[in-house]
Ligand binder design. Structure first.
Ligand SMILES: [Zn+2]
Length: 292
């Protein structure tokens, strides 16, 4: 290869690599922890969700954010008056570095068990290096999590009085999982839904359309999310569902009505599906143009 072209290629590769690792600074920005509803608490950063669900017999944590945020998440939990060692179980939305990077550390420090969907467990054990991940080779790696228990689709996990149901929603990753549970305030109980990303993203050359079964599973996930029990929608990237704006409105109006929207999961799925279909169409068009 001509040395000038070669330099260009290396330059492009460096740019691509740094883009893959670039992230929104708010992913590390401290966020004061707060009560979402009843026994459900937000203990994540400004840009990445971590949910703590508490009971007198022990707590559940969903997601951990990035590896370097572990101390911040632990400080948030303590600031609310809870003890790390009372966390009995850690769950995950999907096994990318921005949601699972700190899970190994959090599990170590709390002594909690970790559980995930079948494919999610495999991804967590690989530390973000799973060949079935559309972002394989592009996603940032993180400390592998082990051991990881497997929770079946539709099964509920229990810690004390907390029961959380796993809903497999594969697509963004093969192990992507959404979680629902009930939280109560006085006489009113609502369902919280922590719904995983429905964004189709892949490394260079990856095509969802190369695997019809993968496409079918992704399409089924839109239907699954649309039909979830869902009074309060929370997403691993709170921005994806305007979660912090709803919390601000709730605090302003002193009414949890601002957080509750029974059509939120349906709308979230309805907005995501056309983006996936557009990506499939683009993959087909690119393949035709490449003469395949
Ligand atoms: Zn991801």
């Amino acid at each position: 290869m001509n040395p000038f072209i070669r330099t260009l290629c290396i330059g492009a590769a460096v740019v691509a690599a740094s883009l893959a690792h670039a992230h929104d600074p708010r992913w590390n920005q401290p966020q004061q922890p707060f009560r979402i509803y009843g026994n459900s608490w937000y203990v994540g950063t400004q840009g990445l969700g971590v949910i703590l669900i508490t009971s007198p017999q022990g707590h559940v944590l969903i997601d951990g954010t990035m590896e370097e945020n572990a101390a911040q998440i632990e400080a948030n939990i303590r600031a609310l008056g809870f003890r790390l060692r009372d966390i009995k179980l850690i769950l995950n939305s999907h096994a990318h570095f921005d949601h699972a990077g700190a899970i190994a550390r959090l599990a170590h420090d709390s002594g909690a068990a970790v559980a995930a969907s079948e494919a999610g467990a495999k991804e967590l054990r690989s530390g973000g290096n799973d060949p079935d991940d559309p972002q394989y080779g592009m996603a940032t790696r993180y400390p592998a999590v082990t051991p990881v228990k497997v929770i079946a689709d539709g099964a509920a996990v229990r810690v004390g009085s907390v029961a959380i149901t796993a809903h497999y929603t594969p697509g963004h990753t093969p192990g992507s999982t959404s979680w629902t549970w009930l939280s109560c305030e006085k006489a009113r109980c609502v369902t919280l839904a922590y719904v995983d990303s429905l964004t189709a993203l892949g490394h260079d050359g990856f095509r969802y359309s190369d695997d019809p079964a993968r496409v079918a599973r992704f399409r089924r996930s839109f239907a699954t999310v649309a039909s979830l029990p869902c009074d309060i929608l929370i997403t691993p990237h709170p921005d994806a569902s305007g979660f912090m704006q709803k919390v601000a409105a709730r605090d302003r109006e002193h009414s949890s009505a601002a957080l509750i929207d029974t059509s939120a999961c349906r709308n979230y799925a309805a907005a995501a599906r056309p983006r996936f279909e557009a990506r499939l169409a683009k993959e087909q068009q690119d393949a035709r143009e490449a003469g395949q």
